[in-house]
Design a protein around this ligand. Structure first.
Ligand code: NAP
Length: 311
Protein backbone atom coordinates (compact mmCIF):
# COMPACT_ATOMS: atom_id res chain seq x y z
CA UNK A 1 0.00 0.00 0.00
CA UNK A 2 1.70 3.22 -1.20
CA UNK A 3 -0.70 5.83 0.16
CA UNK A 4 0.53 7.86 3.12
CA UNK A 5 -2.35 8.41 5.50
CA UNK A 6 -2.53 11.32 7.92
CA UNK A 7 -3.25 8.93 10.75
CA UNK A 8 -3.32 5.18 11.22
CA UNK A 9 -5.26 3.80 14.16
CA UNK A 10 -4.24 0.37 15.35
CA UNK A 11 -7.23 -1.42 16.87
CA UNK A 12 -11.00 -1.15 16.39
CA UNK A 13 -12.27 -1.27 19.97
CA UNK A 14 -14.06 1.70 21.55
CA UNK A 15 -10.76 3.68 21.69
CA UNK A 16 -9.82 3.02 18.05
CA UNK A 17 -13.31 3.50 16.63
CA UNK A 18 -13.79 6.76 18.50
CA UNK A 19 -10.36 7.95 17.32
CA UNK A 20 -11.47 7.00 13.79
CA UNK A 21 -14.69 8.99 14.18
CA UNK A 22 -12.87 12.10 15.42
CA UNK A 23 -9.98 11.85 12.93
CA UNK A 24 -12.32 11.28 9.99
CA UNK A 25 -14.67 14.03 11.07
CA UNK A 26 -11.62 16.30 11.50
CA UNK A 27 -10.81 15.80 7.83
CA UNK A 28 -7.78 13.55 8.31
CA UNK A 29 -7.08 10.72 5.85
CA UNK A 30 -7.65 7.95 8.34
CA UNK A 31 -7.04 4.21 8.31
CA UNK A 32 -8.20 1.86 11.06
CA UNK A 33 -6.26 -1.43 11.16
CA UNK A 34 -7.78 -4.38 13.02
CA UNK A 35 -6.77 -8.04 13.08
CA UNK A 36 -10.08 -9.46 14.32
CA UNK A 37 -13.60 -8.40 15.06
CA UNK A 38 -14.58 -4.77 15.70
CA UNK A 39 -15.24 -3.89 19.33
CA UNK A 40 -12.20 -5.42 21.04
CA UNK A 41 -13.14 -6.55 24.52
CA UNK A 42 -16.69 -5.17 24.39
CA UNK A 43 -17.37 -7.64 21.60
CA UNK A 44 -16.94 -10.34 24.27
CA UNK A 45 -19.49 -8.67 26.52
CA UNK A 46 -23.06 -9.91 26.54
CA UNK A 47 -24.49 -6.80 28.14
CA UNK A 48 -23.13 -3.24 28.10
CA UNK A 49 -25.27 -1.30 30.52
CA UNK A 50 -22.89 1.49 31.58
CA UNK A 51 -22.04 3.17 28.27
CA UNK A 52 -23.67 6.63 28.35
CA UNK A 53 -26.85 6.78 26.34
CA UNK A 54 -26.96 2.99 26.01
CA UNK A 55 -30.39 2.14 27.34
CA UNK A 56 -31.65 -0.14 24.56
CA UNK A 57 -32.68 -3.53 25.90
CA UNK A 58 -30.71 -6.37 24.41
CA UNK A 59 -27.74 -4.21 23.35
CA UNK A 60 -24.66 -6.42 23.19
CA UNK A 61 -21.03 -5.38 22.89
CA UNK A 62 -21.10 -6.56 19.28
CA UNK A 63 -24.11 -4.42 18.33
CA UNK A 64 -22.71 -1.34 20.09
CA UNK A 65 -19.34 -1.77 18.35
CA UNK A 66 -21.07 -2.19 14.99
CA UNK A 67 -22.74 1.20 15.39
CA UNK A 68 -19.43 2.78 16.44
CA UNK A 69 -17.75 1.33 13.33
CA UNK A 70 -20.56 2.56 11.09
CA UNK A 71 -20.23 6.05 12.54
CA UNK A 72 -16.45 6.13 11.95
CA UNK A 73 -16.93 4.89 8.37
CA UNK A 74 -19.61 7.54 7.76
CA UNK A 75 -16.96 10.20 8.42
CA UNK A 76 -14.55 8.65 5.94
CA UNK A 77 -12.28 6.44 8.04
CA UNK A 78 -11.00 3.50 5.96
CA UNK A 79 -10.83 0.11 7.66
CA UNK A 80 -8.48 -2.71 6.82
CA UNK A 81 -8.13 -6.21 8.31
CA UNK A 82 -4.53 -7.16 8.93
CA UNK A 83 -2.26 -8.38 11.72
CA UNK A 84 0.59 -5.96 12.27
CA UNK A 85 3.91 -7.66 12.88
CA UNK A 86 6.43 -4.84 13.03
CA UNK A 87 6.46 -1.09 13.39
CA UNK A 88 8.77 1.83 12.63
CA UNK A 89 7.53 4.80 14.58
CA UNK A 90 10.43 7.22 14.92
CA UNK A 91 10.55 8.87 11.46
CA UNK A 92 8.27 11.60 10.15
CA UNK A 93 6.46 8.88 8.19
CA UNK A 94 5.63 5.91 10.38
CA UNK A 95 5.27 2.38 8.95
CA UNK A 96 3.27 -0.59 10.23
CA UNK A 97 4.00 -3.86 8.44
CA UNK A 98 1.31 -6.53 8.45
CA UNK A 99 0.70 -9.91 6.85
CA UNK A 100 -0.84 -8.32 3.74
CA UNK A 101 0.98 -5.04 3.34
CA UNK A 102 2.83 -2.10 4.87
CA UNK A 103 0.76 0.88 5.97
CA UNK A 104 2.22 4.38 6.30
CA UNK A 105 1.06 7.54 8.05
CA UNK A 106 2.33 10.77 9.56
CA UNK A 107 0.74 9.93 12.92
CA UNK A 108 -0.19 6.69 14.65
CA UNK A 109 -2.72 6.03 17.41
CA UNK A 110 -2.12 2.73 19.16
CA UNK A 111 -5.42 1.39 20.49
CA UNK A 112 -4.60 -2.32 20.39
CA UNK A 113 -6.19 -3.09 23.75
CA UNK A 114 -5.53 -6.13 25.87
CA UNK A 115 -6.19 -9.88 25.87
CA UNK A 116 -7.51 -12.19 28.59
CA UNK A 117 -4.96 -13.27 31.19
CA UNK A 118 -4.40 -17.04 31.02
CA UNK A 119 -5.14 -19.01 34.19
CA UNK A 120 -1.68 -20.57 34.34
CA UNK A 121 -3.02 -23.96 35.45
CA UNK A 122 -1.93 -27.44 34.36
CA UNK A 123 -3.33 -28.57 30.96
CA UNK A 124 -4.68 -25.09 30.12
CA UNK A 125 -3.60 -25.19 26.47
CA UNK A 126 -5.01 -28.70 25.99
CA UNK A 127 -8.52 -27.70 27.10
CA UNK A 128 -8.72 -24.20 25.60
CA UNK A 129 -11.69 -24.42 23.24
CA UNK A 130 -12.55 -27.86 24.68
CA UNK A 131 -14.36 -26.68 27.76
CA UNK A 132 -12.12 -23.77 28.75
CA UNK A 133 -13.31 -20.47 27.31
CA UNK A 134 -12.50 -16.79 27.76
CA UNK A 135 -15.76 -15.56 26.20
CA UNK A 136 -19.17 -16.30 27.69
CA UNK A 137 -21.00 -14.43 24.92
CA UNK A 138 -19.36 -16.70 22.36
CA UNK A 139 -19.56 -20.04 24.15
CA UNK A 140 -22.36 -19.98 26.77
CA UNK A 141 -24.92 -21.64 24.44
CA UNK A 142 -22.68 -24.74 24.19
CA UNK A 143 -23.25 -25.32 27.91
CA UNK A 144 -27.03 -25.18 28.00
CA UNK A 145 -28.25 -27.37 30.84
CA UNK A 146 -24.70 -28.27 31.93
CA UNK A 147 -22.58 -27.24 34.89
CA UNK A 148 -20.00 -24.46 34.45
CA UNK A 149 -17.33 -22.77 36.57
CA UNK A 150 -16.18 -19.17 36.37
CA UNK A 151 -12.69 -18.15 37.51
CA UNK A 152 -12.32 -14.55 38.79
CA UNK A 153 -14.04 -12.02 41.00
CA UNK A 154 -14.09 -8.75 39.04
CA UNK A 155 -16.79 -7.08 36.94
CA UNK A 156 -16.20 -9.43 34.01
CA UNK A 157 -16.43 -12.61 36.11
CA UNK A 158 -19.58 -11.43 37.88
CA UNK A 159 -21.35 -10.17 34.74
CA UNK A 160 -20.49 -13.23 32.73
CA UNK A 161 -21.52 -15.57 35.58
CA UNK A 162 -24.94 -13.91 35.36
CA UNK A 163 -25.00 -14.39 31.59
CA UNK A 164 -23.96 -18.03 31.96
CA UNK A 165 -26.73 -18.62 34.51
CA UNK A 166 -29.22 -18.09 31.67
CA UNK A 167 -27.86 -21.23 29.98
CA UNK A 168 -26.12 -23.44 32.53
CA UNK A 169 -27.76 -25.60 35.18
CA UNK A 170 -25.35 -24.39 37.84
CA UNK A 171 -22.52 -21.84 37.93
CA UNK A 172 -19.66 -22.08 40.45
CA UNK A 173 -17.55 -18.94 40.80
CA UNK A 174 -13.97 -19.75 41.85
CA UNK A 175 -12.28 -16.70 43.34
CA UNK A 176 -8.87 -16.37 44.97
CA UNK A 177 -10.14 -14.13 47.80
CA UNK A 178 -13.17 -14.16 50.09
CA UNK A 179 -14.92 -11.19 48.50
CA UNK A 180 -15.64 -9.97 44.99
CA UNK A 181 -13.95 -7.00 43.37
CA UNK A 182 -16.98 -6.39 41.09
CA UNK A 183 -19.11 -3.24 41.39
CA UNK A 184 -21.74 -3.45 44.15
CA UNK A 185 -24.68 -3.30 41.72
CA UNK A 186 -23.36 -6.36 39.88
CA UNK A 187 -22.58 -8.15 43.16
CA UNK A 188 -26.17 -7.64 44.28
CA UNK A 189 -27.42 -9.39 41.15
CA UNK A 190 -24.90 -12.23 41.42
CA UNK A 191 -25.70 -12.95 45.06
CA UNK A 192 -29.41 -13.06 44.34
CA UNK A 193 -29.09 -15.52 41.43
CA UNK A 194 -29.90 -18.96 42.90
CA UNK A 195 -27.96 -20.86 40.20
CA UNK A 196 -24.67 -19.19 41.23
CA UNK A 197 -22.55 -20.51 44.12
CA UNK A 198 -19.05 -19.52 45.24
CA UNK A 199 -15.78 -21.26 46.05
CA UNK A 200 -13.83 -18.62 47.97
CA UNK A 201 -10.06 -18.42 48.54
CA UNK A 202 -9.57 -20.79 45.64
CA UNK A 203 -7.69 -21.00 42.36
CA UNK A 204 -7.87 -23.43 39.45
CA UNK A 205 -4.95 -25.86 39.69
CA UNK A 206 -5.49 -28.40 36.92
CA UNK A 207 -7.85 -29.42 34.12
CA UNK A 208 -8.63 -32.98 33.07
CA UNK A 209 -10.91 -34.89 30.74
CA UNK A 210 -10.87 -37.30 27.82
CA UNK A 211 -11.20 -34.92 24.86
CA UNK A 212 -13.52 -32.37 26.48
CA UNK A 213 -13.05 -30.90 29.94
CA UNK A 214 -14.74 -32.98 32.63
CA UNK A 215 -12.79 -32.21 35.82
CA UNK A 216 -11.53 -28.96 37.35
CA UNK A 217 -9.15 -29.33 40.29
CA UNK A 218 -9.23 -26.35 42.62
CA UNK A 219 -6.73 -25.41 45.32
CA UNK A 220 -7.66 -23.53 48.50
CA UNK A 221 -4.98 -20.83 48.77
CA UNK A 222 -5.28 -20.67 52.56
CA UNK A 223 -5.16 -24.38 53.41
CA UNK A 224 -3.56 -25.84 50.27
CA UNK A 225 -6.39 -28.41 50.14
CA UNK A 226 -7.31 -29.73 46.70
CA UNK A 227 -10.92 -30.37 45.69
CA UNK A 228 -12.41 -31.19 42.34
CA UNK A 229 -15.52 -30.31 40.42
CA UNK A 230 -16.44 -33.15 38.10
CA UNK A 231 -19.00 -33.47 35.34
CA UNK A 232 -21.77 -35.96 36.11
CA UNK A 233 -21.77 -39.08 33.97
CA UNK A 234 -24.90 -37.92 32.21
CA UNK A 235 -23.33 -34.56 31.31
CA UNK A 236 -19.92 -35.97 30.32
CA UNK A 237 -18.34 -32.49 30.22
CA UNK A 238 -18.33 -29.17 32.01
CA UNK A 239 -17.31 -25.62 31.18
CA UNK A 240 -14.74 -23.31 32.72
CA UNK A 241 -14.88 -19.61 31.85
CA UNK A 242 -11.86 -17.55 32.92
CA UNK A 243 -12.10 -13.82 33.65
CA UNK A 244 -9.02 -13.02 35.70
CA UNK A 245 -8.04 -9.74 34.11
CA UNK A 246 -6.25 -8.72 30.95
CA UNK A 247 -2.72 -8.25 29.62
CA UNK A 248 -1.84 -5.39 27.22
CA UNK A 249 -1.21 -6.13 23.53
CA UNK A 250 1.94 -4.05 23.52
CA UNK A 251 4.77 -6.54 22.77
CA UNK A 252 5.28 -5.01 19.31
CA UNK A 253 6.31 -1.71 20.86
CA UNK A 254 8.68 -2.97 23.55
CA UNK A 255 11.94 -1.02 23.44
CA UNK A 256 10.29 1.65 21.25
CA UNK A 257 7.81 3.23 23.62
CA UNK A 258 8.01 3.95 27.34
CA UNK A 259 5.95 1.43 29.29
CA UNK A 260 4.81 0.60 32.79
CA UNK A 261 4.24 -3.13 33.42
CA UNK A 262 3.67 -3.56 29.70
CA UNK A 263 1.15 -0.70 29.44
CA UNK A 264 2.18 2.25 27.21
CA UNK A 265 2.92 5.38 29.16
CA UNK A 266 1.33 8.62 27.87
CA UNK A 267 0.68 12.11 29.12
CA UNK A 268 -2.89 13.35 29.56
CA UNK A 269 -3.00 14.18 25.84
CA UNK A 270 -2.31 10.51 24.97
CA UNK A 271 1.17 11.47 23.67
CA UNK A 272 3.80 8.73 23.99
CA UNK A 273 7.53 9.46 24.14
CA UNK A 274 7.65 9.56 20.29
CA UNK A 275 6.33 12.59 18.36
CA UNK A 276 3.17 11.81 16.40
CA UNK A 277 2.60 8.53 18.26
CA UNK A 278 -0.36 8.27 20.65
CA UNK A 279 -1.81 5.48 22.76
CA UNK A 280 -5.48 5.19 23.75
CA UNK A 281 -7.70 2.78 25.65
CA UNK A 282 -6.78 -0.32 27.65
CA UNK A 283 -3.24 -0.52 26.27
CA UNK A 284 -2.39 2.73 28.05
CA UNK A 285 -1.04 2.93 31.63
CA UNK A 286 -3.97 4.32 33.66
CA UNK A 287 -6.27 3.49 36.54
CA UNK A 288 -9.73 3.08 35.03
CA UNK A 289 -10.32 0.81 32.05
CA UNK A 290 -13.90 1.10 30.83
CA UNK A 291 -15.43 1.41 27.36
CA UNK A 292 -16.27 5.04 28.07
CA UNK A 293 -12.73 5.93 29.20
CA UNK A 294 -11.34 4.15 26.13
CA UNK A 295 -13.65 6.21 23.91
CA UNK A 296 -12.53 9.40 25.65
CA UNK A 297 -8.87 8.47 25.14
CA UNK A 298 -9.56 7.88 21.44
CA UNK A 299 -11.18 11.28 21.00
CA UNK A 300 -8.28 13.05 22.75
CA UNK A 301 -5.66 11.14 20.75
CA UNK A 302 -7.32 12.01 17.43
CA UNK A 303 -7.63 15.70 18.31
CA UNK A 304 -3.97 15.79 19.40
CA UNK A 305 -2.89 13.99 16.22
CA UNK A 306 -4.78 16.57 14.18
CA UNK A 307 -3.00 19.43 16.01
CA UNK A 308 0.35 17.68 15.53
CA UNK A 309 -0.28 17.41 11.78
CA UNK A 310 -1.20 21.11 11.51
CA UNK A 311 2.15 22.15 13.02
P1 NAP B 1 -10.22 -7.16 37.01
O1 NAP B 1 -11.11 -6.10 37.50
O2 NAP B 1 -8.76 -6.93 36.92
O3 NAP B 1 -10.51 -8.43 37.91
C1 NAP B 1 -9.75 -9.59 37.75
C2 NAP B 1 -10.21 -10.60 38.78
O4 NAP B 1 -9.43 -11.78 38.60
C3 NAP B 1 -9.99 -10.11 40.21
O5 NAP B 1 -11.06 -10.53 41.01
C4 NAP B 1 -8.69 -10.78 40.60
O6 NAP B 1 -8.63 -11.14 41.95
C5 NAP B 1 -8.72 -12.06 39.80
N1 NAP B 1 -7.37 -12.49 39.43
C6 NAP B 1 -6.38 -11.74 38.88
N2 NAP B 1 -5.29 -12.49 38.65
C7 NAP B 1 -5.60 -13.73 39.06
C8 NAP B 1 -4.90 -14.95 39.07
N3 NAP B 1 -3.66 -15.06 38.61
N4 NAP B 1 -5.54 -16.05 39.55
C9 NAP B 1 -6.80 -15.97 40.02
N5 NAP B 1 -7.53 -14.83 40.02
C10 NAP B 1 -6.93 -13.73 39.54
O7 NAP B 1 -10.62 -7.67 35.53
P2 NAP B 1 -12.04 -7.63 34.80
O8 NAP B 1 -13.13 -8.08 35.69
O9 NAP B 1 -11.82 -8.36 33.54
O10 NAP B 1 -12.25 -6.11 34.47
C11 NAP B 1 -11.23 -5.38 33.75
C12 NAP B 1 -11.64 -3.91 33.70
O11 NAP B 1 -12.80 -3.79 32.91
C13 NAP B 1 -11.98 -3.36 35.08
O12 NAP B 1 -11.60 -2.02 35.14
C14 NAP B 1 -13.47 -3.48 35.13
O13 NAP B 1 -14.07 -2.54 36.00
C15 NAP B 1 -13.83 -3.23 33.67
N6 NAP B 1 -15.11 -3.88 33.35
C16 NAP B 1 -16.22 -3.16 33.55
C17 NAP B 1 -17.45 -3.72 33.29
C18 NAP B 1 -18.66 -2.91 33.52
O14 NAP B 1 -18.54 -1.84 34.11
N7 NAP B 1 -19.82 -3.31 33.11
C19 NAP B 1 -17.54 -5.04 32.81
C20 NAP B 1 -16.37 -5.76 32.64
C21 NAP B 1 -15.16 -5.17 32.92
P3 NAP B 1 -8.47 -10.02 43.11
O15 NAP B 1 -9.83 -9.39 43.24
O16 NAP B 1 -8.05 -10.83 44.28
O17 NAP B 1 -7.41 -9.09 42.64
Amino acid sequence: MHEIYDVIILGAGPAGLTAGLYAGRGGLRTLILEKGQDGGQISLSSDVENYPGQTAAGETGVSLAARMAEQAARFGADRCSDTIQSAELDGSVKALAGLYGTYRAKAVIIAAGAHPRPIGCENEAQFTGRGLSFCATCDAPFFRGLEVCVAGGGDSAAEEALHLAKFARRVTVIHRRDRLRAAQSIQDKVFSEPKITFLWDSVVQRLDGGGALSKVTVKNVKTGALTSIEASQADGMLGLFAFIGYLPNSQLFEGMLDMENGYIRTDENMCTNLPGVYAAGDIRAKNVRQAVTAAADGAIAAIQASRFLQQ
